[in-house]
Design a protein around this ligand. Structure first.
Ligand code: GTP
Ligand code: MG
Length: 176
């Protein structure tokens, strides 16, 4: 079990392929920290933003508005000093930079979790769920993931953790 010590004013950014288990991880994490006041609303999900705009979690034609909304919600949460988990693939350097810059503007602590999950497992999990992303997209994401693993240590994250399919994470909130 990996214990991650973070202040309340932290932006946790999830980074990983479709089917790597990011949303599941986020929901399990807040369920385990319920007694510390974490609610499902700490998770800001790009797929949920997509659905809010278009009634379709998979609609790729509304990317711009989806991410405008995604960043806007995160930005507004930071004004309220709320602990926040950004649930999107964040595989592209620009996507991570935008989240990092936003956090830095608010003097937030930043914590990046990279999901280093074998593509075969992502594909297998993808096939078991309702909304299929498909092997081609996961193959593309796997390439981006390799680049992210190389790039992220050079980016200015306060914390960087690389998770595999066995890693269990426990949060320890530091006093303000
Ligand atoms: P995208 O939202 O498409 O980027 O995927 P994601 O990274 O959020 O993956 P998600 O959490 O939706 O997980 C994909 C599928 O794998 C779901 O059906 C989950 O139930 C399953 N899954 C996720 N994590 C685990 C795990 O640790 N063990 C098992 N057995 N299944 C998991
Ligand atoms: Mg997800």
């Amino acid at each position: 079990c990996l214990t991650v010590e973070i202040p309340q004013r932290t932006l946790v950014v999830l980074c990983g392929s479709a089917g790597s288990g990011k949303s599941t991880f986020a929901h399990n994490l807040i369920a385990r920290h319920k007694n510390q006041g974490l609610k499902p609303t700490v998770i800001v999900s790009s797929d949920q933003c997509r659905a809010m705009i278009s009634d379709d979690e998979a609609n790729q034609f509304v990317n711009r508005d989806t991410f405008d909304l995604f960043h806007f919600i995160i930005h507004k949460r930071m004004f309220q000093d709320r602990f926040t988990i950004a649930d999107s693939t964040a595989l592209q350097v620009e996507a991570r930079q935008r989240l990092l810059a936003l956090a830095q503007r608010h003097h937030y602590h930043t914590c990046l979790f990279i999901f280093n999950i074998p593509p075969a497992l992502c594909i297998q999990r993808d096939q078991q769920r309702q909304r299929l992303v498909g092997e081609q997209v996961i193959a593309y994401h796997t390439n981006l993931l390799q680049q992210a693993l190389l790039d992220a240590p050079k980016e200015n994250w306060n914390q960087l953790h690389i998770l595999d399919e066995h890693t269990k994470v426990e949060l320890a909130f530091l006093p303000n």
